[in-house]
Each structure stands twice: as C-alpha cells, then as structure tokens.
Design a protein around this ligand. Structure first.
Ligand SMILES: Cc1ncc(COP(=O)(O)O)c(C=O)c1O
Length: 411
C-alpha cells in the first residue's frame, strides 16, 4: 500500500499559453515556436515507498530538490566551489578537519573502495584482509583484480574475526603494509570490533583501511581513538544523500606515502583525484547533480549532528527489534554484535523471501534479501535514511499481518 499522497502528473505545458493561435495582436500574424517545457514536479507529492534496504535510502525533500539546481559545467568555478564545500563539510561534520582530507569519486561505494585498495599498497608489500561477509570478500577481490599480494583472515559469515588470528598473521607476515576491514558487515548486520583491530594494526605499525560504507554516520566511529588511515564512505547510506558519489577520508599524512606509489589505473587513482581536487577540479566528468544533493545532505547531517543521527538510528533499530522479538522472529546473529542500522532475520518456516517481499512491497515497504549462501534463509531490514517512527510502526504491523495471513504462499 502506498501512503495516500496524491500522485501529481508531470504536466507538459506549452509556452506561451496560447501557442498555436497564429493571430497576434494588431492583426499581424505571429507564429510562436512550440517551446515546450516541463514543470518541475513538487517532490513532496511523490508517492512514497519506504526503503528498508541498506541504501539507496529515503532522502528528505530538501536533498531531492537539490537535484533541481541549474545545469552546471564541472570545469566552471561554481563546481569548484561545490566540491570545496562538500570536502570541507565531510571532514567538519566528523570533526576530523585537522588530520583528514576527503577525496571524492563519482560512482557507487565500490568505486571509492577500489580507489582506496588499488592506491594503498607499495610495491612488494601485502594487504591483510579481514573477511566475514560479502564486503570483506569484495576487498580481497579488488586486490586480486590488481594482482596485489594479499593474506586473508576468515571467520564464517556472522561471526566476528578472531583477534588472535589477526595478531598471528601480522606477526608471521612482516611484508603486510595495510590491514583492511569492514566496519559494518552489511551481509549479516554485524559490527566488527574496529577499535580492537585498530589497536593491533597500530601495535604492528601498519596502515589501516576501513570500509565504513554502511556505518559512517550510522554507528559510532571514533577517529581520535581509532587510528584509521583510509576510511571509505558513500553518499547514499547513512549520510542520506543520493547514489552516484562516494569518497575516501584520508589522513593528510598518508597522502605523502600514497604519492610514492605509481598509479595502477587511470580512473581510480586516489592521489591523482586528490591532486585534481586541490586545484578545484575533478579528473573526469562527475555526477554533478548528485554532488548538489550530497552538499544538502551534509547540511542536514550537520544540523542533526552525527551523534544525533546515530541515536535516531539506534532508537529505530531498538524499536524494530522489539517488534521482531514480539512476532517470534529469530535474529541471524547475537544481539551483542548488531549494528545500529540493519537486522538480519531468519525467514519463518514455509515463507519464501519473494512472497514476503512482494506482499510488503504491495503495502509500500521494500525489504532486502540475504546474499550468497544466506539467500534462501534470511531477510534483512535496514533502518537508514529519512524514515519516520510511525512508518516503522506501520511496517511492523504490515509484517505481522503478512506473517499471520500467509504462513504458506497462496500463489
Ligand atoms: C559495507 C559495504 N561495503 C561496500 C558496499 C558496496 O557499495 P555499492 O553497492 O554502493 O558499490 C556496500 C553496499 O551495501 C556495503 O554495505
């Protein structure tokens, strides 16, 4: 069910209003060109589907309306100003402006991850990848694609890494230069013990690359205590921007090390992007309008504060989980490991995912499937984005109805 906001058709208007009437004033014949323009659609009147997938997320009208700014060439001063504004706001909102700089790339989160991974390793050194889900595995896949030597520390999906295994790998492989970990493993909703891993990384004097794509501004990340050299994020998850631009927050001191590494690619080299940004430029054509939206989203984040947003998400997750428990649903992982932003639940006996998904979509809610081997067994509910508490309540009621009314699919 879509909530009962009217759908406003996008009206096609002719200009001037009487175009087509060839009789102009004073009897002189005037032909108006059939200039046609499309009226901007008031975005607040769009039908609303509540996105309970972990990005892209529901955004506020202000963020969506930011797309409707004037057309802009990215080689003009106005885009340089926009880029400067976003980079400044990104480091300011996380209170890291003294030590970090932001490097943007147009593309999804994986683009920024590829930029970080492919740019971070000196010749002859290795990457240690901590894997317990799809996204840890993705880091290793990127390393493989560039033939970068890597060592992996694995635990089954849904289990935190064993710190002693990381310690042993660091001890046994002095060639390791960079350790890479995912903060929130979105595959299962597990928050990895970043602080403990960072302590080991620091003790062994290695560099730390963190995929914080689904955690930045959703779960606490203390940049003062946790020594992170490269932190990968994206616009369209907890930052509540739109998909199409992602970024790496890089320690300024780290840039000097990265500059010594010869580029391994054309599009994804972090140092080259950084150098272009410092001149107010981008290497290639950026997703201009998505940058407008990110700039607006960062204003909203600054207003809410990162701590405020984390608390809002924490409260939402808490209320959802209370509802899930009351329905008798089972969590995939122990609650102690839960992030603030995603809950993976076991599908009840006899309830195929597609059936549940389609019934909930009919009611205006998009849920998310499990990945890989977890696919047939679980479903995931994210609580990122601009979603109101009453919408979560309505979702819980709808889920309860679906579970009660259709233990077995009827079609
Ligand atoms: C932790 C993590 N890393 C990387 C990605 C990949 O991001 P994208 O799909 O935007 O490329 C995701 C996407 O959900 C993610 O959750």
């Amino acid at each position: 069910m879509l909530i009962d906001l009217p759908i406003i058709p996008n009206p096609v208007k002719t200009y001037p209003p009487h175009a087509g009437n060839c009789n102009g004033g004073g009897g002189a014949q005037k032909w108006y060109s059939a200039a046609i323009f499309r009226q901007p659609q008031p975005t607040t009147n769009m039908p609303r589907v509540v996105l309970l997938n972990p990005g892209p997320v529901n955004v506020t009208p202000k963020v969506r309306e930011a797309l409707l700014k004037e057309d802009l060439c990215h080689r003009e001063k106005e885009f340089a100003d926009l880029l400067h504004s976003i980079r400044g706001k990104l480091v300011k909102v996380f209170a890291i402006e003294k030590d970090y700089t932001a490097v943007l790339i147009s593309g999804s989160g994986t683009a920024a991850l590829e930029m970080a991974v492919s740019s971070c390793l000196s010749e002859g050194r290795s990457l240690l990848v901590i894997r317990n889900g799809v996204y840890g595995e993705r880091i290793a896949k990127i390393a493989d694609a560039y033939h970068l030597p890597s060592i992996t520390v694995d635990t089954p999906w849904g289990e935190p890494p064993r710190l002693e295994d990381i310690e042993r790998a660091l001890h046994d492989h002095p060639e390791i230069e960079v350790v890479a970990a995912v903060h929130h493993e979105t595959t299962t909703g597990l928050l990895n013990p970043l602080q403990e891993i960072a302590n080991l990384v620091q003790a062994h004097e290695k560099k730390f690359l963190v995929d914080a794509i689904s955690s930045l501004a959703g779960d606490p990340l203390d940049f003062d205590r946790t020594a992170i050299d490269l932190c990968v994020g994206t616009a369209n998850k907890c930052l509540q921007g739109l998909p199409g631009v992602s970024f790496v927050l890089v320690k300024k001191s780290e840039i000097r090390r990265l500059e010594k590494i010869p580029p391994r690619n054309l599009y994804f080299n972090l140092v080259n992007h950084y150098r272009a940004h410092e001149k107010g430029d981008t290497l290639f054509t950026p997703a201009v309008q998505i940058h407008y939206a990110l700039d607006a989203a960062l204003d909203e984040l600054a207003e809410e504060t990162v701590a405020g947003r984390i608390q809002r998400y924490r409260d939402a997750a808490h209320n959802l989980r209370r509802g899930f428990r009351a329905m008798g649903l089972e969590f995939l992982i122990p609650e102690a490991h839960h992030s603030n932003t995603l809950t993976a639940l076991k599908l009840p006996e006899g309830m195929p995912y597609d059936h549940l998904h389609d019934r909930l979509k009919d009611r205006g809610f998009v849920i998310y499937a499990g990945q890989g081997g977890l696919g047939p067994a679980i479903f995931r509910i994210a609580n990122m984005g601009d979603i109101r508490p009453e919408e979560f309540e309505r979702f819980l009621e709808s889920l309860k109805d679906c579970l009660a009314s259709s233990g077995k699919p009827t079609d």
